[in-house]
Design a protein around this ligand. Structure first.
Ligand code: FE2
Length: 376
C-alpha cells in the first residue's frame, strides 16, 4: 500500500491527501481508503499533482465513472471529455463567473453527478477561493418541526430556473437539445455510502416544490439556503498550484468567488462523476434487514432459474408484490407494539408513519425498495 496521509481540514468538512502521485498507478487498498475518506470528509484536497488533461481524466476515475457535461462545446481544446472553468466568458457584455452563488452541480439530471472535481492550471495571485457548506450538518441541526415539514417534499430542478439568482453561460443549440427533462428530486436525500441525510438544494435550478405555490416554495428554499450557508458549515478552499480538489455533491453545496483581479487568468480543468437517483430513503441491503432478505431471495431465485429450477423461477416472478407485502407486515408488527410510545415521541411517530406508507405501497404494488427507511 502507498504511504500517504489524510488530514482533516475542519472538524466537519474537507481532508487533505498528501504523498500520492496520481499520475502513477494506485493500488486497490489505497483506492478503497481514499473512497472511504471521500464519503466521510466530503471534500478531498489532493496536493502537489501535475496533470496533463488526459492524466487528470485517468486519475479521477479512481473514484467513479465520468459523467459528460451538459455543455458539450465547452472543453479543453483537443480534449472533448475534459471541461474547464475560467473567468474569460462573457454573456451580453457581462463577465460570467461559473458558480458564483451556492449551488449543486447538474441537479437537473435524473441521476445528478455524485462528484465534481477541479485541477488548478492558472490561478490569480489572490482570492478566487471555493466555498463548501456541509448540508448533512445543516439538515441535522434543523428544528424537528422543520424536518417533519420538509421530509417527503419533492422539488423540480430545471436546467435554468426562472427564479435563478444568476444567468448561466452560453449553451449551444445542440447541447440544449440534449438536455434531460427537469429532474424531480427529494428536498432531503440520504447519502448511499455514509447513510446521512442531507438538504438537496440549488436555487439556480429549483423551479418548484410539488404541492406548494411558487411564493411559498421560494420562501422555504430561501430559509433553508440561509440556514445551510452559515459559516459554521463551511470549508473555504484557498487554491494552491498542484491542488486537485474533489467534492461530493450529495454532501456539500459550493460557490466560486469573483473577488480577484479579473485581468489575471483563473483556469481549472473540470470533470464530474456519475451519481445515482437521489432518494430520501435509499435501498441499502447491507444495512436494511428486509431489503437484505429480498436481495437474498432474488439471488437464490436467479441462481435456481439458471440451474433450471422452475419453482424458484416462479418465486422470482412473484417476488415483487410478495416482498413488499411481507416487508409491510414486518414493519407493522413493530409499529403496532410501539403505537402508544409513538404518541409521546416524534421519532417513533415517524417510524410508525413509515410502516403505514410501506403497507400502502404493498397494496398498490409499489416496490418495497422505494419505501425503505434505512436504519443507520
Ligand atoms: Fe459548480
Amino acid at each position: 500500500m502507498t504511504s500517504f496521509t489524510i488530514t482533516p481540514l475542519t472538524d466537519h468538512t474537507g481532508a487533505e491527501v498528501a504523498g500520492i502521485d496520481f499520475t502513477k498507478p494506485v493500488d486497490g487498498e489505497t483506492g478503497a481508503t481514499l473512497n472511504r475518506a471521500f464519503a466521510e470528509h466530503h471534500v478531498l484536497v489532493m496536493r502537489d499533482q501535475h496533470f496533463a488533461p488526459e492524466q487528470f481524466k485517468d486519475a479521477v476515475q479512481l473514484f467513479g465513472e465520468l459523467q459528460p457535461h451538459d455543455k458539450k462545446e465547452h472543453h479543453v481544446p483537443g480534449h472533448p471529455d475534459v471541461s474547464y472553468v475560467s473567468n474569460d466568458e462573457f454573456v451580453n457584455g457581462r463577465r460570467i463567473i461559473p458558480g458564483e452563488t451556492f449551488h449543486t452541480d447538474h441537479s437537473n439530471h435524473p441521476r445528478p453527478p455524485k462528484a465534481t472535481t477541479l485541477f488548478a492550471v492558472d490561478l490569480p495571485s489572490h482570492g478566487g477561493d471555493t466555498q463548501y457548506v456541509n448540508v448533512h450538518d445543516a439538515y441535522d441541526d434543523l428544528p424537528e418541526g422543520t424536518k417533519q415539514k420538509i421530509d417527503g417534499l419533492k422539488a423540480v430542478h430545471a436546467y435554468l430556473s426562472k427564479y435563478s439568482p444568476r444567468p448561466l453561460g452560453h449553451l449551444s443549440e445542440e447541447s440544449r437539445r440534449n438536455l434531460p427533462p427537469p429532474g424531480v428530486h427529494p428536498l432531503v436525500r440520504t447519502h448511499p455510502e455514509n447513510g446521512r441525510k442531507a438538504l438537496f438544494l440549488n436555487p439556480v435550478r429549483m423551479e418548484a416544490i410539488i404541492g406548494m405555490d411558487d411564493a411559498d416554495a421560494l420562501k422555504l428554499i430561501g430559509e433553508l439556503m440561509a440556514h445551510a450557508t452559515q459559516k459554521k458549515y463551511e470549508y473555504r478552499h484557498q487554491w494552491r498550484y498542484g491542488d486537485w480538489v474533489m467534492w461530493d455533491n450529495r454532501s456539500v453545496m459550493h460557490q466560486a468567488n469573483p473577488d480577484y483581479d479579473m485581468s489575471e487568468r483563473r483556469f481549472l480543468y473540470r470533470l464530474m462523476l456519475k451519481g445515482e437517483v437521489p432518494r430520501e430513503h435509499p435501498h441499502h441491503p447491507r444495512r436494511h434487514r428486509h431489503c437484505r432478505h429480498r436481495l437474498y431471495r432474488r439471488q437464490r431465485a436467479s441462481q435456481s432459474a439458471m440451474a433450471g429450477d422452475g419453482t424458484a423461477a416462479r418465486g422470482a416472478a412473484s417476488a415483487g408484490r410478495g416482498a413488499a407485502a411481507a416487508a409491510a407486515d414486518r414493519h407493522l408488527d413493530g409499529a403496532g407494539a410501539r403505537g402508544h410510545r409513538a404518541q409521546r415521541d416524534p421519532r417513533r411517530a415517524r417510524r410508525a408513519g413509515a410502516a403505514q406508507s410501506v403497507r400502502q405501497a404493498a397494496k398498490s404494488g409499489v416496490a418495497a425498495s422505494d419505501q425503505c427507511r434505512p436504519q443507520f
